[in-house]
Each structure stands twice: as structure tokens, then as C-alpha cells.
Design a protein around this ligand. Structure first.
Ligand code: GLV
Ligand code: MN
Ligand code: MN
Length: 426
């Protein structure tokens, strides 16, 4: 048995989370903001923290924080605090996309608890607080906006707008929070919490195959592509599927179908990515022409100009097609995240801390969004990726080998030991 398995009970940590929110039919996870599975994940998080003697807080925006305080003798003096010796934050999220995999999010949270165990087993103690985060609603699966917890905390998502977001059943985010005992009036930018964090390092499963291609178990992130979500409402006229002549139809499904194909083409030509992965059809009857098709475009690109141009092209193609089909189109941007370049100094520190065990680690960009990307506007942030041999993600087939997960825990322990610079070896 390796050091991580022995020091952390790593397999038990995974086993204790495994069944929460897992659909027996698909094997995928359905942990959505404030649903029963999400609440069970939050209880799991609090219990793991309590088992380790860490204090747990839920902030105004619903993010959870487990805090490992330095021993009083190691706490730096006021001068150090003034020069930025705040907490080192690690962690990730526990919510999922519909039928998500086990690793996207939970790998970062589990590895954080395991890294604390590993460091303690080596007799190491921090000289600044180390806090483990479980960010609220990273995937935006229920209310549509990704990274709600970190966006609210940093003020990037307007509190009024957030309170009014609705899920598929028309439940407002404010009401969902109230039902679980939280005060939606308190959400919004959290100066105190931001001021307490000196840096945030998020460990995450890689959502591509770049590490596998170069045979590396871990890597660090350079940048996140700009990305966003747009809601397309195609409106037409409901009518009978058996009695309405083709030339008399105003069928929004036709406009939508054409838009999906043109999104693919525009993305290919522009060097971007465009996906319609979610659609709602009204009234959704087999023998009725729909009155409305509402679909969400997820688009990402290497730079902001390309992203804007591709989305504009997709929209124009949809408008033109709508004219031909006798339908109408309304497009609403629901979120937009600019390009994120991770802090160069912090990234350099990570690479250096990993070098003794892992050699020169790969540095890679990603098209996936993360709370570390959102918080990058406020504090230095960085990311560590763990190899994903198939590159698949947002599916139950997402996978990382246990030996690589252990490597991730050791990597995080090296980083914490370096950045929260306490006593004893790492
Ligand atoms: C988060 O996983 C995203 O959609 O990028
Ligand atoms: Mn994800
Ligand atoms: Mn994630």
C-alpha cells in the first residue's frame, strides 16, 4: 500500500461519497444546487471536516469552508498578515452536471482532505490557515449560470439577477436557498472572505487527454478559454402534425435544427467550440408542431474576439433561417466568462514545488470553466490537473486511475507545504 492510501484511508473517502446522488440506471451523478443529493454532499463535507478537527463555515453565498488553523506558536505576526499572509485555499466543488462523472469536482475536494491527512501523518503543520472549499453550484446545472458560488462571492454575478434565476420547474434560486434555511437576501460580494484568501489552488481531473498523450500523471493550468452560455428562443405556431401542410407550418423545430448544424459549421470554420446540449420543447407532443423551442448554446474559443464572432455568425444564420421558416428568434446571453490567464508567479511556484517528485510538469490550457478561473480576478489562483486516460468528462465514463489520484494528493501536499510553509518535511 502506498503512503497516500495508508495515511488517508483514501479508498474509504471515495466510498463514503460514492452513492450520494448517483443514478442506479445510468451510473451518473445528479447533484444539483440545493437538491437532496447536494445537501447530502454538504453534510458529507461537514462530517469529513469534523472528523479532522477542522472548523466548518457556510458563507453568505452557500460555499462551504473547512479550516485548518496554524498552531498559535506558528501564527505569523501582524507584519506578515499585512504583507498578505492570509489563508491558502484549496478544494473544488461537489455538484455535478446531469449524469456527471464521479471526479469532476469531488476529486479536488477529496484530494484536499487527503492532502491534509498526508501532511499531518508526516508531522507537518501550516503557519497560515489552510481552508478547503466546496463551492456552490459550479456546474450551473439547475439554475443555468455556472460557478454561482464564486461568481456571487466576487460580485461577478449580480445578487438580484441570481435571486431571480429559475430552475426547470420555475423554482427561484432565492426560494431554493430559503427552503434549506439560507438567507437569499445576504448573497453577494463577500469582501471579508475574499480578503482572507491569499491564494487558491484547485486540483481537478483533466477534461481532455493532453496529460495522457505525454505520459504525465499531473500538470498545471496556464489559461482558461473565454466561454459563455446563450439562450435561444425559437417561436412558431403550434398546430396538428397530421393535418397541417408542410408549406403552411411555422415550425420552430426546423429553425432550431438548422441552427444546430450551422453552429457546428461556424465553430469549425472559426476554430471555436459550439454545443447545443440542452433543449426544451413546448408543448412537447409527438403529434403537434411545437409552439416554441428553447435551447442553450455553450460556446468557447481561444480568444474573446473569435468567441464573439462565432456567436454572432450563429445568431445571424438562425435569424435568416427563422425568416424562411416564418418563425421568430430571441437570443439572451446568460453568462460570459472572459479569458483567464492564471497567475504566472503562482504557477511557477507550483511547477517548482512539483519538480522534485514529478520533474518538469506539463503546462496546459483548458476549455472548461472553474471556480479558480472566476476567483482569478480577485486573488492569485492556480490549477493542478490529474490525468484522465480517456479524456471523457461530463459523463459517467469520466475516469482517473487510483495511482494518478494518489499522485494528485502528493502533488497537492507538496504545494500546500510550499505555500503554507509550516514545519517539518513534505
Ligand atoms: C464546467 O465544467 C464547464 O462547463 O466548463
Ligand atoms: Mn464540470
Ligand atoms: Mn469541475
Amino acid at each position: 500500500m502506498g503512503e497516500v492510501a495508508e495515511a488517508t484511508g483514501y479508498a474509504d473517502l471515495w466510498a463514503s461519497l460514492h452513492a450520494i446522488g448517483r443514478d442506479a440506471g445510468t451510473g451518473g451523478y445528479r447533484r444539483f444546487a440545493w437538491n437532496a443529493a447536494d445537501l447530502a454532499c454538504r453534510e458529507w463535507f461537514a462530517a469529513q471536516a469534523a472528523d479532522r478537527g477542522l472548523t466548518v463555515e457556510t458563507d453568505r453565498n452557500g460555499n462551504q469552508w473547512a479550516r485548518w488553523e496554524p498552531e498559535p506558536a506558528l501564527v505569523p505576526g501582524p507584519e506578515a498578515k499585512a504583507s498578505g499572509a492570509g489563508a491558502l485555499a484549496i478544494g473544488s466543488h461537489l455538484d455535478s452536471v446531469p449524469d456527471g462523472g464521479a471526479f469532476d469536482g469531488p476529486l479536488g475536494v477529496i484530494s484536499s482532505f487527503a492532502a491534509v491527512d498526508l501532511l499531518r501523518s508526516r508531522g507537518w503543520r501550516p503557519n497560515r490557515p489552510v481552508v478547503i472549499a466546496n463551492f456552490t453550484d459550479e456546474e450551473g446545472a439547475r439554475f443555468g449560470v455556472a460557478c454561482t458560488g464564486s461568481r456571487l462571492m466576487s460580485g461577478l454575478l449580480d445578487a438580484d439577477k441570481a435571486r431571480g434565476l429559475c430552475d426547470a420547474d420555475g423554482v427561484r434560486l432565492a426560494d431554493a436557498m430559503e427552503r434549506v434555511g439560507l438567507d437569499p437576501r445576504a448573497i453577494g460580494r463577500d469582501e471579508d472572505r475574499l480578503g482572507d484568501i491569499a491564494a487558491f489552488v484547485e486540483l481537478h481531473i483533466e477534461q481532455g487527454r493532453a496529460l495522457d498523450d505525454v505520459g504525465a500523471p499531473v500538470g498545471v493550468a496556464s489559461a482558461i478559454w473565454p466561454h459563455g452560455r446563450w439562450r435561444f428562443d425559437f417561436d412558431g405556431e403550434a398546430n396538428h402534425a397530421g393535418t397541417t401542410a408542410l408549406e403552411e407550418r411555422r415550425d420552430p423545430m426546423l429553425t432550431y435544427a438548422h441552427t444546430v448544424l450551422s453552429a457546428r459549421k461556424k465553430a469549425r470554420l472559426g476554430g471555436a467550440l459550439a454545443t447545443f446540449g440542452r433543449v426544451r420543447v413546448d408543448p412537447n407532443g409527438t403529434n403537434a408542431i411545437p409552439s416554441r423551442v428553447r435551447a442553450w448554446l455553450d460556446a468557447r474559443a481561444p480568444d474573446e474576439a473569435v468567441l464573439a464572432a462565432v456567436v454572432k455568425d450563429i445568431r445571424e444564420a438562425a435569424v435568416q433561417r427563422a425568416r424562411r421558416d416564418g418563425t421568430t428568434l430571441d437570443v439572451e446571453n446568460e453568462s460570459l466568462t472572459p479569458v483567464v490567464e492564471f497567475d504566472g508567479v503562482l504557477r511557477g511556484r507550483l511547477s517548482k514545488a512539483l519538480e522534485p517528485e514529478f520533474g518538469t510538469v506539463p503546462v496546459l490550457p483548458t476549455g472548461a470553466g472553474h471556480d479558480a478561473g472566476i476567483l482569478a480576478a480577485e486573488v492569485p489562483t492556480a490549477m493542478v490537473f490529474v490525468r484522465n486516460p480517456t479524456g471523457r468528462s461530463h459523463t459517467p465514463h469520466e475516469h482517473a486511475e487510483t495511482t494518478d489520484c494518489h499522485a494528485g494528493v502528493r502533488a497537492l501536499a507538496h504545494i500546500v507545504a510550499d505555500l503554507a510553509g509550516g514545519e517539518s518535511g513534505s
